[in-house]
Design a protein around this ligand. Structure first.
Ligand SMILES: [Zn+2]
Length: 290
């Protein structure tokens, strides 16, 4: 990590109204509104801060828009809406006319990414075991307090009666390995994307809201043709370690958000590249050393 050399102190007056915002209730309609991201910590934002504090802060305060794979996000939500309800899927389809080709020989048909998403949906929907597992309330909003700060989360499928919840994940290849430079080891997509942190936070929020400790499951479906699928559970020590990471890193992240501490820069992301100044010289021998 490279310390932020910039002398400009970030100020964020917007946070002074946090306690007032907490009186407002989270609903499916306002869940993704900007004020809720400032009033509640969420797994998405926490992971952004773990990756690059400078970029995350700039995005949270509206000074920067991160470069995201928007198409991948829409394709993922296409699949999620199907398993939420028929109504939710129809609404999502109506809201995304860009899924249908407007010209060429495939005019009027679904574009290839969405055809792929439909294949992924079919692979799960036609699996009896998946249908047995994916029973419960869908897209359940949960809130609670972790380490003294308010958090929010949205559970894909929550089965309180049987004590578990399920999160659907789309991924390139379930068995693909990712290199973790810090740990100097290969790891699966689950750990590469820190999904254990998401599962640990969701488990805690569900426990606080409903008084039930639920077992987390990931159901992964791959973007291969034909798609692969796998139900995955997480070893207990991974969930414990993830919750410890939240508790250890949270105060610093909150201090950064409040403008009390300078954010660190990762030095590699789009935001860091866009704000970089050619102010130092690095030996060629040290280029690959963090
Ligand atoms: Zn960065």
């Amino acid at each position: 990590m490279i310390k932020n050399l910039s002398k400009t102190k970030s100020t964020s007056k917007t946070f002074s109204t946090t306690s007032m915002m907490l009186d407002q209730k989270l609903t499916p309609n306002n869940y993704y509104e900007n004020w809720t991201d400032r009033a509640f910590m969420s797994v998405t934002w926490f992971k952004k801060f773990l990756v690059c504090e400078s970029e995350a802060l700039a995005e949270l305060t509206g000074k920067w828009q991160s470069v995201r794979d928007v198409k991948a996000l829409i394709v993922g939500n296409w699949l999620h809406s199907y398993f939420e309800s028929k109504q939710a899927h129809e609404k999502f389809k109506d809201e995304h006319p860009e899924s249908i080709a407007k010209r060429g020989p495939t005019k009027g048909q679904l574009k290839s990414d969405f055809k792929m998403a439909d294949k992924m949906i079919k692979v799960l929907a036609s699996d009896d075991d998946f249908n047995l597992l994916y029973q419960g309330d869908k897209e359940v909003i949960v809130t609670g307090e972790i380490g003294g700060y308010p958090w929010k989360g949205k559970i894909d499928c929550l089965n309180l009666k049987q004590g578990y919840f399920v999160d659907l994940k789309t991924t390139a290849d379930i068995y693909k390995s990712y290199w973790n430079e810090e740990k100097r080891e290969r790891e699966s997509f689950v750990y590469a994307y820190n999904y254990q942190l998401q599962m640990a936070v969701y488990q805690e929020l569900i426990k606080q809201q409903f008084g039930v400790t639920c077992k987390p499951y990931i159901v992964a479906v791959s973007k291969q043709d034909p798609p692969d699928k796998q139900a995955i559970d997480l070893p207990e020590y991974r969930l414990t370690n993830a919750m410890n990471q939240v508790l250890e890193s949270q105060q610093h992240i909150q201090d950064v958000i409040k403008g009390e501490v300078e954010p660190t820069q990762c030095g590699r992301c789009a935001y860091c590249r866009s704000t970089k100044k050619l102010e130092s010289v690095v030996s060629a021998d040290d280029l690959l050393i963090d």
